[in-house]
Design a binder for this molecule. Structure first.
Ligand code: MN
Length: 498
């Protein structure tokens, strides 16, 4: 479900024909070595591909247009080994539609003190060639990432790796299709938004289907398929009957198994990657999809509750951006629910009615069957667990009426002090940075929602760069946030992005 294209990144070295063939041969040889070592580092999630040195207007334009139409090219990395007059890049850059990284590096790490002469200086002048190149990109107002440092440095390689995930997010955003089987919850503001503008900005297609169409797909799932999946659940998860009759419990679980299979078939058939539901609009479904949605999220589908298509698309996007992360800790929709305001132990208990993704779980996962406090259906079966400790980010995409804003909060996930045996939902617990008081104040000032897309496996910079590539404002709430400066950030954003 998370399989994307076999993405590659093109490595384009800038130079010119002023230096003679021998120098150009060195430029190409050095670039090939750098590309080889980047690929051997084991740090990059996608392959880098060497491209012939760009020395003329025509070649630059041709290469960038080839990058545009190559479906496997997720971005272009440019480095000027020598001086490459930047006017020769203007037409190519004007036409480039792929994410752009300026890799400001140099082949040699150290100045060769004993042997350095002017030939060496002319051949190794990224320090000035890259400034010429950077100037024109800035003058053209183009979005790009700049990574500075020696190509053999693991930190530098990691920064390239991090940007690659952003670039894939930029490319893949326009493939996201969200299925709504319910409208927004009545009277709720923050889950609303302009779907046409979202398609213009992010490329998202957000479509509605009558809930009973998907309910028919669920009803069409055979008992043998359903029972096979129930068996899988019973092997994989702990069963917490809590006094319920085992057969009755199993029948409730089977309803979710049938929903999981039916929903997945329906989504696959119609090529959607994210879904929204609403507890108040279930048509012929017997239960609010709980366990079923949790499993689909784990497989890579985006999800938003109460019609929240923005969160559904963001969860899907972040699952794509984190695909293949080594030792990934998970990505889920969450909701700010309840505070702990005890001094020194402040934090927010994160949960939802049911639909938290088990990819963020720590320890055993159990199935429980409990009444919902809202809605009018059978007691839904759901997966219950607590979540991993560690750093993560919570993001909220909001529609301000005339534009979108992405709010990104660094959070520290922790264990709660005691078990919560009566709480029948999966939870996470975090303290927002810089602290609960400032973090929550800033979040509310920025207009952040109660639903978030959360992940342990991306950092704020990646999501902020994605937002900027989409042409929208990103605001950061992190260790450096103070309210006075944060208000100025919001004021600047209001001026710049209107
Ligand atoms: Mn909710």
């Amino acid at each position: 479900m998370l399989a994307t294209k076999n993405y590659r990144f093109w490595f384009c070295t800038g130079s010119q024909d002023l230096y003679g063939d021998e120098c150009l041969a060195h430029v190409a040889e050095h670039a090939k070595i750098i590309v080889g070592k980047l690929n051997e580092s084991g740090l990059l999630p996608y392959e880098v591909v060497w491209k012939p040195t760009l020395i003329t207007n025509e070649l630059i334009r041709k290469t960038f247009n080839e990058a545009n139409v190559d479906e496997e090219c997720a971005g272009v990395i440019v480095w000027c080994h020598t001086f490459s007059p930047a006017k020769s890049w203007i037409l190519g850059l004007k036409e480039l539609r792929k994410p752009l990284l300026h890799f400001h590096t140099q082949f040699n790490e150290e100045i060769p003190y004993d042997t350095i002469d002017m030939d060496f200086m002319n051949e190794n002048q990224a320090a000035h060639g890259d400034r010429e190149w950077g100037h024109i990109v800035t003058r053209m107002g183009m979005e790009r990432k700049i990574v500075v440092g020696h190509w053999s440095d693991a930190n530098v390689q990691s920064r390239i790796a991090s940007w690659m995930r952003t670039a894939v997010g930029v490319i893949e955003s326009s493939r996201i299709r969200v299925m709504r089987v319910a409208d927004n919850m009545r009277n709720v503001a923050v889950t609303e938004g302009d779907k046409v503008e979202a398609q213009l900005k992010f490329g998202w297609e957000v479509d509605t289907y009558p809930v009973n169409e998907i309910a028919e797909a669920v009803a069409a799932v055979s008992w043998s398929d359903t029972n096979a999946l129930v068996d899988e659940y019973y092997q994989k998860y702990d069963i917490l009957l809590e006094g319920r009759d085992p057969e009755e419990f199993k029948r409730h679980v089977a309803v979710q198994a049938q929903i999981e299979i039916g929903f997945e078939r329906f989504l696959k058939e119609k090529n959607y990657h994210a879904i929204v539901t609403h507890f108040g609009d279930l048509g012929a479904l017997k239960q609010l999809p709980g366990l079923a949605i949790q499993r689909l999220e784990e497989k890579g589908y985006g999800f938003g509750a109460e019609g929240d298509w923005k969160v559904a698309a963001m969860v899907r996007l972040m699952k794509i951006m984190t695909a293949g992360v080594k030792d990934a800790k998970g990505t889920s929709m969450l909701e700010d629910y309840t505070y702990n305001l005890v001094k020194g132990k402040e934090g927010i208990l994160q949960a939802h009615m049911l639909e938290v993704c088990p990819s963020i779980a720590d320890g055993p996962i159990s199935i429980k069957c409990q009444p919902l406090s809202m809605g009018d259906r059978e007691d839904p079966a759901r997966l219950v667990f607590t979540s991993k400790e560690g750093k993560g980010i919570a993001v909220s995409l909001i529609d301000l009426g005339n534009r979108f804003r992405l709010i990104i909060n660094d959070v520290d996930c922790k264990k709660v002090e005691k078990p919560m045996p009566k709480l029948p939902v999966a939870t996470n617990f975090w303290t927002p940075q810089p602290d609960l008081y400032t973090g929550a104040e800033a979040w509310i000032l920025a207009g952040g929602a109660h639903h978030t897309a959360f992940t342990y496996d991306l950092v704020a910079e990646q999501m902020g760069d994605w937002a900027n590539a989409m042409g929208i404002e990103a605001v950061y709430i992190d260790k450096d946030t103070n309210i006075r400066d944060f208000k100025k950030d919001l004021m600047l954003g209001n001026l710049f992005y209107r």
